[in-house]
Write a protein that binds this ligand. Structure first.
Ligand SMILES: *Cc1c(COP(=O)(O)O)cnc(C)c1O
Length: 249
């Protein structure tokens, strides 16, 4: 790894890299078991390391441990990490945007976030498309859908997204790659219903738009195995990747 002269070192300490490696082995074992139960190929699931609670040094440790996809929920933090890696001469991995995106922050992440997973309304989709078009970009996105119907969750309701789908598919500045959804916490049965609902919704949107929509982003630390059993192709793992406080048992 090369480091430019004045940039702070992003060298992670050995014990932390070992910790993240061990965690990754445990995660891969669980992923393998979940895939076996579902009759799926492990290669059909991408692990995204959600680095929102850690700094660039920990993200580099996760890169060393084998993670190739990262995700952040705040635009400023996504940009800060990418800038820190660039300043240290480290080639940036893929960073996705997974959090609430205000319209005035769209320009920050355009061309920097590899995939914007959190397109939660038609107005946001239109705003992203317009700005992307201005930059000559077509930005890969997911439609964030509130399948569980929880009040606290953002995203399209299933009815909204069904109605909007064709119009969204026609927007020139975005390319819709699939659906993202979050399940209620601490309720495995409800999580399973949410993820299977998200999968069925994606199938419906496929029929309505003619798009391939290959990506189903479901599952976090507490529920990724259920999500994989229900067809998720992209799991977003934060605490289980980075935090020793997260109980694996
Ligand atoms: C924080 C976050 C995650 C990761 O959550 P963990 O429970 O720490 O794995 C996944 N998705 C989104 C949208 C998040 O904000």
């Amino acid at each position: 790894m090369s480091s430019s002269k004045d940039a702070p070192s992003l060298e992670p300490d050995g014990p932390y890299v070992s910790f993240v490696r061990q965690r990754r082995s445990a995660i891969l074992e669980r992923l393998g078991d979940a895939c076996a139960r579902a009759g799926r190929d492990v290669a059909s699931v991408t692990l995204a390391a959600v680095s929102k609670t850690v700094g660039p040094v920990e993200a580099v440790a996760a890169m060393r441990a084998g993670y190739e996809v990262f995700a952040e929920n705040r635009p400023q933090e996504l940009v800060r990490k990418l800038d820190a890696l660039a300043a240290a001469g480290i080639e940036a991995p893929r960073f996705d945007m997974i959090g609430n995106l205000q319209k005035n922050k769209i320009n920050q992440v355009l061309g920097r976030a590899s995939l914007i997973q959190s397109i939660s309304s038609a107005t946001l989709a239109q705003a992203v498309s317009k700005r992307a078009e201005r930059e000559g970009l077509r930005v890969p996105v997911l439609l964030e859908c509130n399948v569980s119907g929880e009040q606290s969750k953002v995203g399209f309701s299933p009815d909204e997204v069904r109605e909007a789908a064709e119009g969204l598919a026609a927007l020139p500045g975005i390319r819709i790659e699939g659906v993202m959804s979050m399940a209620p916490a601490h309720d495995p049965a409800e999580a399973r219903r949410t993820f299977s609902g998200a999968r069925e919704l994606a199938e419906e949107l496929r029929d309505r738009t003619g798009l391939a929509l290959p990506v189903l982003s479901c599952g976090m630390s507490d529920d990724f195995e259920i999500a994989v059993e229900e067809g998720s192709t992209l799991v977003r793992l934060g605490r289980i990747v980075f935090s020793a406080d997260y109980d694996l048992s």
